[in-house]
Design a protein around this ligand. Structure first.
Ligand code: ARG
Ligand code: ZN
Length: 874
């Protein structure tokens, strides 16, 4: 069935209090839940109470404490309907269910991960624990009493503050938890297991003492130190930047090894994929550290944006996710290099969200219909959703933005809100009209902004003409105009910014706001034709089409005062060059090519620029980015050839200077030292170029870096360069083996070993992939492991995936079908990574269509996968 936003109706009954008694056992957990049900005004007493379930069976039912009469209710695995109810406005319903967490392979509801009982309830997992009004607009106060075997489950946790705890007969014990803040069921959590803990404390701005605990697998508490540090910094930042303080006596985090997503913001009890908690310099790369910081912050920030103010229904998901991603992005920008953070965010947006918006899975930031809500935890809802909040901040300015969020917290605290409520707060706080802006939430597709410039030398007038249009997306043929803030600067011939003079009402400070189809802005008082720098800081999630000369691109790459745009100039140049090359085009001369190589090398070797920026400049658009940019009839082999040829030219140009720089960047082994991590990033972005172009000494340097590695970043940086760029099979195998021997028993590290090999190109890569599917350590049961091999192979390794008549697609489809029976959510999500398959030429893309049809014909097929396959085939 399709769920539609326009069909939303408020619940006929609500639940205000929930009292749960849970006796944990792997095969037979008993859950007894008493809920205070309140009939809503306007609901007739004859209206049945319809509760949601999912794979449940009812073990007992009591109304106001009396055993319910069989004639008064009916039940199925997905529903409990109580026909006859007390006439009073409020009454108690008690439900008993029995669960087998050890058999729960979907990892939704209550399950076991390495023997630890844990829960995942967002979006609709609570209904796998008990029958309930499992919808986010039903907010209740929860009290939970957990009981378990003390030897195997010494730790018992639930939301809120701890209460009574004690011993029970037969080696069992119990603990009571009470959460005073009304919350929707998706924020419910409980955990039971044998875990180690890293503890700390925090005092909020108003003096509240908070105990902080991070629970991890035994023996790993020290690996939670960085996460703890990130948590404390997040707590300070939210107080300063948003005036948001923590509101319970404890904040608990539990890391588990089997988890469908990154992490979950359950009130007072965040549950994390351990990948985003555990780290030390020997086990995690600098990128892992950055991810941990961002996700710890993200989940913590949800305490206000998501938990205190939640969503009325799942169509409003971006209300909490887009806003919270924007908040975690700004946190990371404040903790690290703002420009580099922005570059990485935009990279991610362009590689993950733009393709979604341009392909068969396109949907608005606020979708209007879905079959399975888990399929809508997408780059569009999260990343584009964050861009929308960023645009609001750009359009109204930082003070008004803060006033708007203050008003939002004041006005909607304790409520389940909608996107309109959020926008209204900025309208009221800033005195602006955001009705046109609201279209951004309704409309799928990436708007295009076409730019033309005119220079009138006689009158010294410079004019920019900007036109917007959004291409049609599935189910949305015609598009409306949206407001697009284009941050800009005009650069003079020395590269510095000119103070722009214009009378245009579309220009506010350094932003041109496009509200119409065409916006013309004329600048006066110029001596020579300026070079425009547009969309600085990527001020809007749009595709900018500007027929800029290559020379002007390079001028911007060297001089733009906006560091983001300096990167963008190089990246855009590289993308056009590679696309032109791979399609036999003639837009770039040999000279243009040389100029690009020189500019890139100059940036790489320029010690006045921060190393992490230089590393980003060096990471050329990958094969999929080029393929998507070309857009049709792509032959992956040709894209690969163009890219390797360019890598070689750059490597030759870097030559000995590149090697010397690498050697000089002998960095501090501390993984949380930001300066050192920037230098490491630069170091390992240089290495591939030096290896492919055979720079003398590079081969030995790579090997010694691997052997003497002081951090995981060094070890992985060297290993990946060796495997992908050295061309030395023997050395590659030896290093892979050495790595395996060292980390065989560390699941998180071993995932990276799978990922690295999933990226080996061509027929050899396909063969390797096939072998790895049979590797004793490969398993579809652990989501991280399944993703580590299947994800990169299908998403980013086209020469292997499409080798031998796209055999990779067939193998991939088989895995998806097996996974569908265990964990449909992961199966569906993995399947989305091939959504750009249609850009490839006919025989190979047809093979994907075939593979998709095979999946479609599987029986039974989950709704999750069915919804994705249908879109991919449409
Ligand atoms: N709310 C979580 C986060 O973004 C995501 C959990 C989604 N889980 C799911 N099964 N859909 O922080
Ligand atoms: Zn989130």
């Amino acid at each position: 069935p399709v769920i539609r936003l326009k069909n939303y109706t408020p619940p006929a009954y609500t639940i205000t209090h929930v009292d749960m008694d849970v006796s944990l056992a792997a095969e037979d957990t008993v859950v007894t839940t008493t809920m205070k049900v309140v009939r809503q005004a306007g609901t007739p007493t004859s209206a049945p109470l319809v509760l949601d379930g999912d794979e449940l069976s009812l073990d007992g039912l009591w109304i106001n404490g009396d055993k319910a009469d069989d004639a008064n209710y009916s039940t199925t695995p997905v529903e409990l309907k109580i026909h006859r109810l007390p006439e009073t406005a409020a009454f108690d319903v008690t439900i008993r269910t029995r669960l087998a967490p050890v058999k729960n392979t979907k990892l939704m509801g209550l399950y076991q991960s390495s023997g630890v009982f844990c829960t995942q309830c967002e979006a609709e997992g609570f209904r796998r624990i008990t029958y309930f009004l499992d919808r986010p607009d039903v907010l209740a106060v929860y009290k939970v009493r957990l009981e378990a075997d003390k030897a195997t489950c010494p730790i018992l946790l639930a939301n809120g503050n701890p209460g009574e705890a004690g011993e029970l007969p037969d080696g069992r014990h119990f603990a009571v938890w009470h959460d005073p803040h009304p919350k929707p069921s998706y924020l419910f959590a409980m955990v039971g297991g044998d875990l180690d803990v890293l503890s700390d404390t925090f005092t909020t701005a108003s003096g509240r003492h908070v105990d902080l605990n991070i629970y991890v697998e035994t023996g790993k508490a020290a690996q939670a130190a960085y996460a703890m540090d990130a948590l404390k910094r997040s707590m300070v930042w939210d107080e300063l930047e948003y005036g948001c303080e923590y509101d319970l006596e404890v904040f608990n985090i539990v890391a588990v090894s089997d988890f469908n997503m990154g992490a979950m913001e359950n009130k007072g009890l965040n549950v994390f994929n351990d990948k985003y908690v555990l780290a030390d310099a020997d086990l995690a790369t600098d990128a892992d550290f950055a991810n941990i910081e961002a996700i710890i912050a993200h989940e913590y920030f949800h305490n206000w944006t998501g938990n205190r103010i939640t969503c009325r229904d799942w169509f409003q998901l971006c209300l909490k996710e887009g806003l919270t991603v924007y908040r975690d992005q700004e946190f990371s920008a404040d903790q690290r290099s703002r420009a580099v953070q922005r570059i990485q965010q935009v990279r991610w947006l362009k590689s993950g969200q733009f393709p979604e918006d341009a392909g068969p899975l396109a949907h608005p930031v606020r979708p209007s219909a879905y079959k399975e809500i888990n399929n809508f935890y997408t780059a569009t809802v999260y990343q584009k959703g964050a861009e929308l909040v960023r645009m609001i901040a750009t359009l109204i300015g930082p003070e008004a933005y803060r006033a708007g969020t203050d008003l939002y917290f004041e006005r909607h605290d304790g409520e389940a809100a909608v996107v309109e409520d959020f926008l209204k707060c900025f309208e009221d706080a800033a005195g602006v009209d955001l009705s046109q802006f609201a279209r951004w939430y309704e409309q799928a597709g990436t708007p295009n902004v076409d730019v033309e410039e005119e220079w009138d030398a006689g009158s010294c007038k410079y004019t920019l003409v900007l036109r917007q249009h959004t291409p049609p997306t599935p189910g949305q043929q015609s598009k409306k105009l949206v407001p697009i803030p284009v941050r800009f600067g005009l650069m003079g011939s020395d590269g510095s910014d000119i103070e722009p003079r214009t009378r245009s009402s579309a220009v506010k400070d350094d932003v041109i706001v496009l509200t119409r189809r065409e916006t013309k802005v004329t600048f006066t008082g110029l001596k020579t034709k300026p070079t425009p720098s547009l969309l600085r800081g990527f001020s809007a999630p749009v595709k900018l089409n500007f027929a800029e000369t290559q020379a002007s691109r390079l001028f911007r790459a060297e001089h733009d005062s906006d560091l983001f745009n300096r990167w963008e100039a190089l990246d855009g140049y590289g993308l056009s060059l590679l696309s032109d090359d791979a399609t036999g085009g003639s837009s770039f001369t040999e000279k243009d090519r040389e100029a690009f190589v020189l500019a890139l090398c100059k940036t790489a070797l320029d010690d006045s620029i921060e190393p992490q920026f230089r590393a980003n400049a060096l990471s050329l658009p990958n094969e999929m980015a080029v393929a998507r940019n070309i857009g049709k009839n792509v032959d992956p082999a040709i894209v690969q050839q163009s890219r390797s040829a360019l890598l070689k030219s750059i490597g030759r140009q870097l030559g000995k200077r590149g090697l010397d720089l690498m050697t000089k960047l002998d960095t501090d082994p501390n993984a949380d030292d930001l300066a050192a991590s920037g230098e490491r990033a630069l170091k390992y972005s240089l290495l591939p170029f030096l290896l492919v172009s055979g720079v003398e000494g590079a081969h030995n340097l790579a090997q010694s870096q691997f052997v003497q590695a002081k951090t995981m970043t060094d070890r992985m940086g060297a290993l990946s360069a060796i495997v992908h760029f050295s061309g030395d099979e023997v050395m590659s195998e030896q290093c892979l083996e050495a790595f395996y021997d060292r980390y065989e028993d560390n699941d998180l590290v071993l995932n990276t070993w799978f990922t690295l090999q999933a990226m080996v190109p061509n027929a050899a890569g396909l063969e390797r992939f096939e072998r790895l599917l049979d590797h004793p350590k490969f398993s579809l049961n652990n989501p991280n492991r399944a993703r580590s091999l299947l994800g990169p192979f299908a998403a980013n390794n086209p020469t292997a995936f499409y080798a031998n008549g796209a055999k990779g697609a067939t193998l991939f489809a088989q895995q998806i079908m097996t996974l569908d029976d265990k964990n449909p959510q992961i199966a569906a999500r993995l399947l989305t990574v091939i959504s750009s398959y249609r850009v490839f030429k006919a025989p190979i893309s047809d093979a994907v269509t075939e593979a998709l049809r095979t999946i479609r014909a599987k029986e039974p097929l989950s709704i999750d996968v069915q919804e994705i396959v249908d879109s991919l085939l449409s």
